[in-house]
Write a protein that binds this ligand. Structure first.
Ligand code: SAH
Length: 399
């Protein structure tokens, strides 16, 4: 068992932590100087040394430490993590039972009681993503707990923290078990995706958009001309095509998007004839579309929160209105815009405000059809709703 280090919380923050708030940010503690080692188990106490909670020290942009337990006598050991992992898997029981979907999240950070870690399931393989050095220091214990609780084919990992030159181990994403085929074919609501578990930071699909893809296929795509901007591997285009879209156009700046998108279409037996894949800066494509008087029946817009290309810097919080105005102008009247963002630094209300502003500035009417946030497997802690970063709004351009 690990040593626990006492850390005194400022009184202003005690109620909040007691009530279930899982994050200890810098300002919650007067003096951090006694804590030096990431991965240290902290005993959070008040000024009178009363126990409040236990957490671990792991630096992320969000804060310094995640709460793990509110029980003074609960040890943070292999058994502790086993309980968390088993509960997380039980919560996804319906997903495991559904043969049409074989890729989903099984543990979502603090939503499942272990901030700083996510675990995704891909057809028998598991992908661990570590978000700080601190949680990575607890890796042995967590992997041991996992191996004792779960049948798996193989385990992979991603390190999403800056090691600042520190030696942690090699860069190999494969951890143990059997290596996955390359590509690994998974299913999502009956469609297929090609997944590469050891090919850089992204594996080929963003699982959090599952419900949005399904809506596009089942409710919106039929007979439409669809433009998918910031298309990555074309996951939205695949679902649009499967839903009977007249044509799809996928635009992404990254060269890899061309072969990757072709691959997703072909494993779904989609006729490539009607699918257009463009490797280009989206902002240049808009100019081209306006010049050519192209209009689409549906446009999907899912930019990264922040991106820098040769010509542009894009920040969702600053530039979304401008982006939408470009999109609206190449959308048919009556057409649908799927406006999406994963930016965690503004709310759904603010996002709806961006949409409203873009249409108002162009003096065009719109109607919101429906909106989405994170799906059920991306479990959000009851007292930490701000971690639900996903905002997707289906908007109809009226006239
Ligand atoms: N919508 C995608 C995920 C987008 S990831 C999906 O759901 O699968 C963000 C993508 O935006 C990346 O593939 C990146 O290459 C692309 N990108 C970033 N800036 C861009 C730009 N200015 N023009 C075109 N693509 C861009």
């Amino acid at each position: 068992m690990q040593n626990e280090i006492d850390l005194t919380l400022k009184s202003d923050f005690i109620e909040q932590i007691k009530n279930g708030y899982p994050l200890i940010s810098k300002e919650c503690v007067e003096d951090w100087s006694t804590i030096t080692q990431e991965g240290s188990i902290l005993r959070l106490i008040d000024k009178k040394k009363n126990f409040i909670a236990k957490g671990y020290y792991g630096l992320q942009n969000k804060g310094q430490s995640w709460v793990l337990s509110r029980k003074a006598d609960e040890a943070i050991d292999t058994d502790f993590f086993k309980h968390k992992i088993k509960a997380a898997l039980a919560y996804r029981k319906d997903f495991f039972a559904n043969e049409q979907t074989t890729a989903f999240r099984v543990l979502n950070g603090e939503g499942d009681g272990i901030g700083g870690l996510s675990i995704d399931y891909f057809e028998g393989y598991y992908l661990f993503t570590w978000y700080s050095i601190g949680i990575y220091e607890l890796k042995e214990m967590i992997l041991e707990a996992f191996k004792q609780s779960v049948d798996f084919k193989g385990i992979y990992q991603k390190k999403r923290f800056d090691t600042k030159g520190r030696y942690l181990d090699d860069n190999n994403d494969f951890v143990c078990g059997k290596e996955a085929p390359r590509p690994l074919h998974v299913k999502e609501n009956g469609a297929k995706f090609a997944i590469y578990l050891d090919d850089g930071a992204m594996v080929g699909v963003f699982l959090d958009q599952r419900d949005v893809r399904k809506a596009i296929r089942d409710k919106y795509a039929k007979d439409k001309t669809v433009l998918n901007t910031f298309s990555y591997t074309g996951a939205f285009s695949v679902f649009a095509a499967l839903g009977g879209a007249k044509s799809t156009t996928s635009v992404d700046l990254a060269k890899r998007s061309l072969p990757k998108t072709k691959e997703q279409f072909s494993i779904n037996n989609i006729d490539l004839e009607k699918q257009n894949i463009v490797v280009e800066d989206v902002f240049l494509y808009f100019k081209y579309a306006v010049r050519k008087k192209l209009l689409f029946d549906m446009v999907v817009v899912d930019p990264p929160s922040f991106a820098r290309s040769k010509k542009h810097t894009f920040s969702a919080s600053k530039d979304y209105v401008k982006l939408l105005k470009e999109v609206i102008q190449i959308t048919n009247s009556g057409g649908i815009i799927v406006a999406s963002t994963n930016a965690a630094n503004f709310s759904m209300m603010t996002f709806r405000g961006f949409i409203d502003k873009a249409f108002k500035e162009l003096k065009i009417k719109y109607k919101v059809q429906e909106s989405y946030s994170l799906p059920k497997d991306f479990r959000v802690a009851e007292k930490f709703k701000e971690s639900d970063y996903l905002k997707v709004v289906f908007v109809q351009r009226v006239k």
